[in-house]
Design a binder for this molecule. Sequence first.
Ligand SMILES: [Zn+2]
Length: 279
Amino acid sequence: MTKPHGAMRATLRRLAGPALVAAILMAAGVCGCAPQAQIIRPSPPAGLAPAAARRTMDIGVAADGKPLVVEIFGNGPKTVLILGGIHGDETRSVAVARFLADHLAANPEAVAGKTVAVLVNANPTGAANRTRTNANGVDLNRNFPASNWRPGAAGKREFFGPFPGSEPETQAILRAMELLRPDCIISLHTDGRDAMCNNFDGPAEGLARLMAAQNGYPVLANIGHPTPGSLGSWAGIDRGLPVITLELPQNRPGEECWQRNRGAILEAIAAEVPSPVRQ
Ligand SMILES: [Zn+2]
């Protein structure tokens, strides 16, 4: 991936909101006019009932070329975007996203009146290598073009990238946001200390409380440490979208995590959410 030169980087830092996103997407060659940008192709897996209507959308590739594919269910006006595995070593979050996508495929009534987009594995390289970061050593959940993004040192556990939105995976998620225009976002993580929670950014406290009633995890406005450049900072705080960061257990089987959180996630999908302040 060709990276913008110094002047472009400076420009990116000065810009804000959608203009920054557009600049990043264009700099990365992933603007809406790119040939692959609008591909939404039906791909019902073998054996799946037609009513399940699973579609897929290619949103880009990881830094080492691994494909990034969103699975989409339903056609309703409310759109929910759900991401698993943005931290590659949090493998239970990928497992739960996989269980969710398969559940939605088998139970189309769960998406009645909704469009649910699931990026099961947002960091396939990290998942393959059991690393938090992508192939470039960047923490993708610190790489979004949020107003609180800041530079960091390479090689650290939370290297934020050379500039906001520098990574192909981040750009792919930004592209998915532009194409799908989600009304709310749920990002699945795991916590190594098993400090599970329904963390929220933006107007999502009500949604977090709905989920807490199902999974029993606490509702937290603050996860306890700074998260500059996170998806919650960019989409929730800067853009006013409801964003839930659902921290799952790291040391329990994936199916157990899914069973514990199935009701919470389905409740969030079914819920009416406050109208986001789009910018
Ligand atoms: Zn995480």
